[in-house]
Every structure is written in structure tokens, then in C-alpha cells.
Design a binder for this molecule. Structure first.
Ligand code: NAD
Ligand code: GLY
Length: 362
């Protein structure tokens, strides 16, 4: 059968791995099996994705001992308790250190499977098969794994790289429009933070992308993964540059945290957060109001929220912003914009400007 694929490599020395992006990849057994070292494979998925793609992935693994664990679906289940279900399934199946975990699903499944792989018997192999746009352009690449804690999002976790990322964009055919838009927020993020040409492409093609033109999707996923892989290759453990990938996320995480996980989708919260970061950059005199409006227009065309419709207490929001992995000694560090397509880690913004942005949005 004909299939179309582009491959890029995340260059991390002996932890390097390929990212395959294309159509009809879940019929290509070799793409997957060449990255499986032992005989035992545990597929981790959830109640929504299992009926859609589990049989297809299992069909690629005829020569292996395959078990599966089907987790409840939702950000509210991204917890240590749910990861424990993965450990229980692995132990019940008597899987040893040579086993491979396959994450089949969106970012929630991917983050938890990666974390389980990082800690089961002190580390076993894992492979990402991301099935949401957000997980295809962001969470499956770069090795951030983990779970939420009631006091902070993604606060418990590990850096742990997969052996391969297999992105079949055909899986997006079953993704609903709201989730698709949420993923588009992270695509737009790459344009805003460091790739002005990509931003211009997105501004030009956003309508066709929202109509799910497959060739444009592949191009956007490939460009997003390329930009992310370049940054991660330079700063795997986020001691510097990788923090740029959190553009809009300090505001976004605070939104998710104060409203309760699941009220806003992650990408939706990031959309509002990116606009808040843009407004702060404008108040700091770094970009102009017209540029802020351009960003807002692009997010709106991607059917993303650009304001907050629920009541949030100002102090609660500030407190939530301080529970951020970029914060140092309670000091909130933010990603700001110098100009469109160029973000930087801003530590010396004016506190009253931050207060103003939060007041405007809350
Ligand atoms: P998700 O995993 O909750 O998936 C969204 C919904 O789509 C779920 O209901 C899921 O079951 C469903 N779904 C998945 N694939 C589908 C398909 N092909 N067809 C139909 N439905 C499908 O959410 P997400 O947006 O993929 O990921 C968000 C999570 O990713 C958050 O927890 C966030 O913190 C995390 N994240 C991690 C990183 C990282 O670097 N590790 C980066 C960004 C986000
Ligand atoms: N999603 C941000 C990162 O991977 O660093």
C-alpha cells in the first residue's frame, strides 16, 4: 500500500530518535517494530481511543506478547493513581525490564505512559503514537512526562525520551473540532515564539488548516516538530532555551489550575495565555497593539478563546502563577515577545504591567 511519510530526527546523542509524520502509518508494522527491543509490549490507551485505534496497533504486533491497559479518559485522571493502574497491569502481566510501553492517545495518555516507563523497574523503553493534534505537535516530542497534583499541573514527572514517535495524521479524522483547535494553539505557538516565516504561513493558510487540508496539516506538524526538536536538542532539561516552549503557559496553567483541570482544554488555556503574554509585551513597549490584534485574529480564526468567561479571584490567579516550574524563589518568570516570531525569557517586566494584564483579563 502507498503511504506518505516525512521523518526527522531529534538529535540527543545516544538518546536520539526518529519522528515519523505521515498518512496511513498505522498499517506499517516495520516503522513500529524496529524500535521494540524485547518481546513484551504493553499498549497504554484510554476508553475513547481504544475502540478507534487499539486493534489497528495490535495488528502490527503479531510477533510480540501484547497486553493492554485502558485508562479512564480525561485530564482529571492524569494522576499518580492512574499511573499506578499501568504498574498494576505491567506487574500482573509479569512484564520484565525488556518490555516496551506504547502510548496510544493524546497528551494525557502520552505523559502518563512516559512517566510509567521512566519508573517501571527504573526505566523501560517506550514509544509514542500520538493521536491528537496537540500531542502530535508538542507533547509526544521532547521527553517531558508526568502527572498533575491537586496543587499544581504537571508537578510530578521526569524527563524521559521515547525510542520513536509515530505520527499518523489520519488519526485526526476522528478528533472533534474543539480538540483540533486546541492543538492549533500549540502550532501557532511555534510561529509566535521563534519562526516568523511559519507564522506568516499560518496566517495565510489558517482557513484551509481549519478545513483540515491534509497536506497542510502534515506540513504544520512537521514544522512544529522540527522547531521543537531543534530547541530540545539544545536544551533537553530546560536549563535555558527550552523554557521558550512555555510561551503563554504560565498564564495558561494558572487558568487551568484556578478553574479546575478540564474546564478549559490545555490548548484553549494556552491560547488565552499567549494573548495575555502578548498584551504584557505590549505594555512593556516591546510589541505594538496592532501586533497584539494580529495574534488575537489568528487565534480567533483557529476557533480558540481569547478571553476568560468565568469569574476567577485575582489573588488565586497570582498564587497559581507562582506554582510554575519556571518560578525561582516565588518570582514569576514569563516568556515575552520582542517582536512577532521572537520570544525571550523575561525576568524584569514591571509588576504593575503584569497586574494590569491580569485585571484586564479577569
Ligand atoms: P487528551 O490527551 O486529553 O486528548 C483529548 C481528547 O481527545 C481526549 O478525550 C482523548 O481521549 C481524545 N482523543 C485522542 N485521540 C483521539 C482521536 N484520534 N480521535 C478522537 N478522540 C481522540 O489531550 P491533549 O490535548 O492531547 O493533551 C493535553 C495534555 O498534554 C495535558 O495534560 C498537557 O499538560 C499535556 N502536554 C504535555 C506536553 C509535554 O511536553 N509532555 C506538552 C503539551 C501538553
Ligand atoms: N511543552 C513544553 C516543552 O516540551 O518543553
Amino acid at each position: 500500500m502507498q503511504y506518505f511519510m516525512k521523518t526527522l530526527n531529534l538529535d540527543l546523542g545516544n538518546k536520539s530518535y526518529p519522528i515519523h509524520i505521515g498518512q496511513d502509518l498505522l498499517t506499517q508494522a516495520d516503522l513500529l517494530t524496529q524500535h521494540i527491543q524485547g518481546r513484551q509490549v504493553m499498549i497504554v490507551t484510554n476508553t475513547t481511543v481504544a475502540p478507534l485505534y487499539l486493534a489497528k496497533v495490535k495488528a502490527l504486533l503479531a510477533l510480540f506478547t501484547v497486553a493492554e491497559v485502558i485508562l479512564p479518559d480525561g485530564e482529571q485522571y492524569k494522576t499518580l493513581d492512574t499511573v499506578n493502574e499501568i504498574f498494576t497491569a505491567l506487574l500482573t502481566a509479569r512484564f520484565d525490564r525488556s518490555c516496551t510501553l506504547i502510548a496510544l492517545g493524546g497528551g494525557v495518555v502520552g505523559d502518563m505512559t512516559g512517566f510509567a516507563a521512566a519508573s517501571y523497574q527504573r526505566g523501560v523503553n517506550f514509544i509514542q503514537i500520538p493521536t491528537t493534534l496537540l500531542s502530535q505537535v508538542d507533547s509526544s516530542v521532547g521527553g517531558k512526562t508526568g502527572v498533575n497534583h491537586p496543587l499544581g499541573k504537571n508537578m510530578i514527572g521526569a524527563f524521559y525520551q521515547p525510542k520513536c514517535v509515530l505520527i499518523d495524521v489520519d488519526t485526526l479524522d476522528t478528533l472533534d473540532d474543539r480538540q483540533y483547535s486546541a492543538g492549533m494553539a500549540e502550532v501557532i505557538k511555534y510561529g509566535l515564539l521563534g519562526n516568523v516565516d511559519f507564522l506568516l504561513d499560518l496566517q495565510q493558510n489558517i482557513d484551509a488548516l481549519m478545513h483540515r487540508d491534509k497536506a497542510l496539516i502534515i506540513k504544520a506538524v512537521y514544522q512544529s516538530c522540527t522547531d521543537k526538536a531543534n530547541i530540545v536538542a539544545q536544551d533537553e532539561l530546560e536549563s535555558g532555551k527550552r523554557a521558550l516552549l512555555n510561551f503563554g503557559h504560565t498564564f495558561g496553567h494558572a487558568l487551568e489550575n484556578t478553574l479546575g483541570y478540564g474546564t478549559y482544554l490545555h490548548g484553549e488555556a494556552v491560547s488565552v495565555g499567549m494573548l495575555m503574554a502578548a498584551e504584557l509585551s505590549a505594555l512593556e513597549g516591546l510589541i505594538n497593539d496592532e501586533e497584539v490584534q494580529q495574534i488575537k485574529g489568528l487565534l480567533q480564526k483557529a476557533q480558540l478563546p481569547v478571553s476568560i468567561n468565568s469569574k476567577i479571584d485575582h489573588q488565586d490567579f497570582m498564587n497559581a502563577m507562582r506554582v510554575d516550574k519556571k518560578a525561582i524563589n516565588g518570582e514569576i518568570r514569563l516568556i515575552l515577545m520582542k517582536k512577532l516570531g521572537q520570544a525571550f525569557i523575561g525576568n524584569d517586566y514591571q509588576q504593575h504591567n503584569l497586574e494590569q494584564v491580569i485585571k484586564d483579563f479577569l
